[in-house]
Design a binder for this molecule. Structure first.
Ligand SMILES: [Zn+2]
Length: 367
């Protein structure tokens, strides 16, 4: 069985994939996401199920479990706090790391201090949330770790990676979008000048190009003669099309800029159009695995998908978009649940502890 490498990079818009030179050499497909921001979207991708989006967590049978049952050694590396094991993302992975709270988890003083708004505010004056983002694991280190983790195991190997270098604010250090422009785009986009807007998209393209170089290094460096490689993303970002910037989960927006992402493959023939939920079943079909009956994603190597859903939950309220690729129907801010085999599944409630919430605020997930 062939090694499988599935890379997702955060916030990659379909119409910007040309900034990724290496990925652009793959065959290109247009994928519709299962949700509108990182956690529910990655949950829907890694469970090939809309239930993942509805519950914003990964539940059995996960993609890693299905590859494991097929005889694969499974490796999952992600540098996003959204993919913490407490949301089930580690299920089925023999090796799993999400680098959450690097240097912070287990720091009792910080955990104690984080309970108090005033202390937290003072703390942030000296180490502002924007600067804290530089603590996220840089993509080059993630790729170093991925190469080691992959080469340490014997085949066949299924590896999933989620890269965060493409998440806003775009770039790190001197290379980053200036903090005031990033904040303006998030909180007062009407005040952005044309030059500011250009800076944002230029820096965005640069982050895509850097992520692309890392993906190329990964593929060149793994000890595998003929890996099957797929690249995709969890959602796009907005650049002021309807007056909004980036992806802001609390808005529950399901516009194409957010829900259309690249699906690029080096050696896997897929039918267009497709949902990102179809990536795992198609990969599993290609290597001869059995596709779990519970999955909503389809093997689209030969049969195209004729409709898809995007489910955008935030704190118990959900916007849903259905489309058949000609018509799109949106139900905004609804009370959504899923009933299957007599069992009802509701949209996630606010079940995140304070420490993790703070990390999400640092990433711009404003409540
Ligand atoms: Zn994301």
């Amino acid at each position: 069985m062939r090694d499988v490498i599935f890379v997702t990079a955060d916030s990659v818009r379909y119409d910007f994939v040309d900034a990724m030179e290496f990925v652009s050499t793959f065959s290109q497909h247009q994928g519709v996401t299962g949700a509108h921001y990182t956690r529910p979207s990655l949950a829907s991708i890694l469970t090939a199920s809309y239930q993942g989006a509805i519950e914003s967590r990964a539940m059995s049978p996960t993609v890693a479990e299905a590859f494991s049952r097929t005889g694969y050694t499974t490796i999952g590396l992600s540098s996003s706090p959204h993919t913490d094991p407490r949301f089930g993302f580690d299920a089925g992975f023999d090796v799993y790391e999400n680098y959450c709270e690097a240097g912070n988890r287990g720091n009792p003083l910080r955990q104690f201090a984080s309970q108090f708004d005033l202390i937290r505010k003072v703390y942030h004056r000296f180490r502002p949330p924007h600067a804290k983002l530089s603590n996220r694991l840089p993509d080059d280190e993630l790729i170093d770790n991925a190469i080691s983790a992959f080469n340490d195991e014997s085949g066949p190997r299924f590896m999933w990676l989620h890269m965060m270098g493409t998440h806003r604010p775009y770039g790190l250090g001197d290379d980053a979008v200036p903090k005031e422009i990033d904040r303006k785009a998030l909180f007062a986009p009407e005040k952005l000048s044309e030059a500011d807007k250009k800076t944002i998209t230029q820096k965005y393209r640069q982050t895509l190009s850097r992520a692309d170089a890392e993906i190329e290094r990964l593929v060149d460096s793994v000890d595998s003669s003929d890996p099957l490689v797929v690249f995709s993303s969890d959602h796009g970002d907005e650049f002021g099309e309807d007056g909004h910037y980036f992806h802001q989960p609390q808005r529950r927006r399901v516009v194409d800029a957010l829900t259309t992402v690249p699906v690029a493959t080096n050696d896997l023939s897929l039918c267009d159009p497709l949902s990102v939920l179809d990536i795992a079943p198609s990969l599993l079909g290609e290597v001869g695995g059995e596709i779990p009956a519970e999955w909503h994603g389809k093997d689209v190597r030969e049969t195209p998908r004729d409709q898809t859903l995007t489910i955008a939950p935030w704190h118990g309220t959900t916007t849903v978009a259905w489309q058949d690729f000609e018509t799109k129907i949106v139900s905004r801010d609804a009370d959504v649940s899923m009933v299957r085999n007599g069992e009802t599944v509701d949209v996630e409630r606010d079940d995140v502890d304070e420490d993790l919430k703070q990390q999400m605020r640092d990433l711009g997930y404003v409540e």
